[in-house]
Design a protein around this ligand. Structure first.
Ligand code: WT7
Length: 656
């Protein structure tokens, strides 16, 4: 396996992490007011969730979700198939919205939104209830009902959250597609999920420019076989062609509804959403989450990890196109009744202090962002931070990749003023919510470690053969028991679900990450075991990018690897062989655009190197490990200026 070179390329400073000894205990001040305020309290929860799992989660579900009809069994587990809160009826939209109105909290702000150009909107939970009901009513008019899939390709506007919740309200299944993906990617996802309705906007603002979303969607819909209608939000106001009989404006069909439709009681295991993510093959998989278990997991992990308080102004800077936005902008915080900031645009528009300006003006108390953003802020310079009063902040979160100790220290001192605990949250699209994280009132943190599992999470570290290993040494990270927020399947591919996640160690969920656990029981994520790379906290399959490259008529073969990058964590390096066409800069530019068009901007290779041959083993496997070293500029013996030399080196190495 090539896991070790993956490790180094993932963090770029793995030695540093391994030798990390600093310990930052929470302040007495923070602990005093924290939701979970003693180690004993945490250990009792962990023990209860482990030893009396069903009792623990029964109580949690009864207290923290609304039930139209009670459930029977708490968990039916026939690995790898789980059912939680069996036979009960609830509704995630009701839990996120109506429950607060019903409890007399309708006037509380649900969303404080700011668009990139500076426009602002505030929606209370009551406002949200009306908007969501209107949107659900429009769905009915557009022929969308329970079990139908709705693709959402939108900017970060309140309507994005409203559309998601409107699906949940009637039992339609949303599939949010990040608004940076290409027409090809949208069409693939639409077709894989048999989406019936597509929701988009005319355009979106990014760094002062308008990106023509509807144009991309039109191109995608030409290749989408199942989509019948397209609902279009006017956001940027540009001219967009509307296809007669297919396209309708949001302001025509949503805003004109009465806004009275009630949430439909739904079985606990009703599919809530599909979210596509990259695996180790070329085809993204539609991760399926269902209603009750996911909803409960999102809520409780939100409350525990972010030490949620009623007066918090909470801001997760993710996009709803990723799982972080699903769980920690919409379902977690809203079920808890939190006030969420939502921001549409880039962190450096109009200037590099936009985030800090937002924090100051809206008095954000809890900030959840990604290491790649933190590294960009460091690069942009402290002066952008120094201009602003960040004293409202009390807690900081990190997600997407491990946060390297340097970035951790800067985040801690510069943004957190040395007083805010940092929660480094490890989880995945598949896990539905946070799995390991410090609890800010009690866990002394070590920069670079996601510390300990949350109650109900039972990690297990195994070797290549699936045997338990000395966890200090490290190995593949599995989760050995079911938890409410776990994925329920891969859309349309039950075999891949079993094979991918539950066959290495039968009955245990294989995360795809390597990890080790130190003497204090702290976990350190060591990077992926598969061909998945992590670019700016986003998952990409190297094979996906390779497929895009070879779909160009002049590319014969392609090998893609991640290489360490100061800002992105990993950058994409591609090695290709060609049909012999002129391989000048123009051609390389054309290729980059080609990948952009096939997948989206986030998959565009940072460098492409043309070579006469790719280094392969005798059995014909591309030696990615070697290419990783080349891409990272690591020392190889011999002349490494061309890959022809490398090919011969690899053959030599192999025959040794
Ligand atoms: C993969 C999951 C979790 C939501 C965003 C990404 C890596 C994520 C951490 C962390 C080390 C992390 C893992 C994981 N990852 N958070 N705190 N420390 N690694 O979700 O796209 O499903 O990616 O991101 O490799 O498997 P995702």
């Amino acid at each position: 396996m090539t896991s070790h070179s993956a490790d180094t390329s993932q963090s770029g400073s793995i030695d540093h992490v391994l030798h990390e000894r600093r310990l930052f205990p929470p302040s007495a001040e923070f602990t005093k007011n924290a939701r979970i305020s003693s180690v004993q309290q945490y250990e009792d929860m962990v023990a209860a969730a482990r030893d009396t799992r069903d009792d623990f989660w029964r109580k949690e579900a009864l207290e923290h979700l609304h039930w139209f009809e009670p459930f029977g069994d708490v968990c039916q587990w026939e690995a790898p198939h789980a059912k939680w809160f069996v036979g009960g009826k609830t509704n995630a939209c009701y839990n996120c919205v109506d429950a607060h109105v019903a409890a007399g909290r309708g006037d509380k702000l649900a969303i404080i939104w700011e668009g990139e150009p500076g426009d602002q909107r505030k929606l209370t939970y009551r406002d949200l209830q009306i908007e969501v009901a209107k949107c659900a009513e429009a769905f009915a008019q557009l022929g969308v009902g329970q079990g139908d899939v709705v693709s959402i390709y939108m900017p970060m506007t309140p309507e994005l959250a409203i559309a998601m919740l409107a699906c949940a309200r009637i039992g339609a299944i949303h599939s949010v597609i990040f608004a940076g993906f290409s027409a090809e990617s949208i069409a693939d996802r639409n077709n894989d999920a048999s989406a019936k309705l597509m929701i988009t906007s005319d355009g979106l603002y990014r760094r002062g420019k308008v990106l023509p979303l509807k144009e991309t969607v039109d191109e995608a819909l030409a290749k989408s076989t199942s989509v019948e209608k397209c609902l279009v939000l006017r956001r940027t106001g540009g001219e967009v062609p509307m296809t007669e009989g297919r396209d309708v404006w949001w302001h025509d069909v949503v805003d004109t509804q009465p806004g009275e439709l009630a949430a439909v009681p739904l079985d606990s295991e009703t599919p809530l959403f599909i979210l596509y993510t990259s695996g180790s093959t070329g085809k993204p998989k539609g991760i399926l989450h269902t209603t009750a278990g996911y909803n409960l997991w999102a809520r409780r992990t939100f409350e525990w990890v972010f030490d949620y308080r009623d007066d918090d102004i909470y801001w997760c800077t993710a996009d709803c196109g990723w799982i972080t936005g699903h769980s920690y902008i919409v379902y977690g915080p809203m079920t808890a009744g939190a006030t969420c900031m939502m921001y549409e645009g880039a962190p450096n528009h109009p200037a590099e202090d936009r985030f800090w300006d937002l924090v100051e003006r809206h008095k954000v108390t809890v900030l959840y962002t990604a290491p790649t953003a933190v590294r960009a802020f460091i690069k942009w310079g402290d002066e952008h931070v120094d201009k602003h009063d960040l004293s409202s902040l009390r807690l900081l979160g990190s997600v997407g990749e491990g946060i390297n100790p340097e970035a951790w220290m800067w985040y801690h001192s510069k943004i957190g003023g040395g007083r805010c605990p940092i929660v480094d949250t490890w989880w995945q699209t598949e896990t539905g919510g946070i799995m390991m994280s410090p609890l800010p009132g009690i866990t002394p943190t070590k920069p670079g470690s996601c510390t300990k599992p949350l109650p109900g999470v039972i990690p297990n570290i195994v070797d290549e053969l699936g045997n338990e290993v000395d966890s200090e040494h490290g190995g593949k990270l599995c989760i050995s028991e079911p938890w409410p927020g776990m994925l329920r399947g891969i859309w349309g591919d039950p075999e891949r679900f079993v094979e991918q996640y539950f066959s290495d160690v039968p009955g245990q969920y294989l995360t795809g990450d390597n990890a080790r656990c130190d003497r204090d029981g702290y976990y350190w994520i060591m990077g992926r075991i598969d061909d998945v790379i992590n670019v700016s906290g986003h998952r990409l399959s190297t094979i996906e990018v390779e497929s895009a490259l070879v779909s160009h008529p002049h590319v014969c073969e392609a090998a893609v690897v991640g290489r360490p990058d100061d800002l992105k964590g990993q950058a994409i390096a591609a090695f290709i062989t060609t049909t012999g066409r002129d391989t000048d800069d123009e051609f390389l530019k054309e290729l980059k655009m080609h990948v952009r068009k096939q997948i989206g901007a986030l998959a565009q290779p940072d460098d492409i190197r043309v070579t006469a041959a790719l280094p392969k083993t005798r059995s014909g496997k591309i030696m990615r490990r070697l290419l990783r070293d080349v891409a990272a500029g690591r020392e190889l013996v011999g002349d490494t200026s061309t890959l022809e030399d490398l090919a011969s080196i690899s053959q030599l190495q192999e025959s040794e």
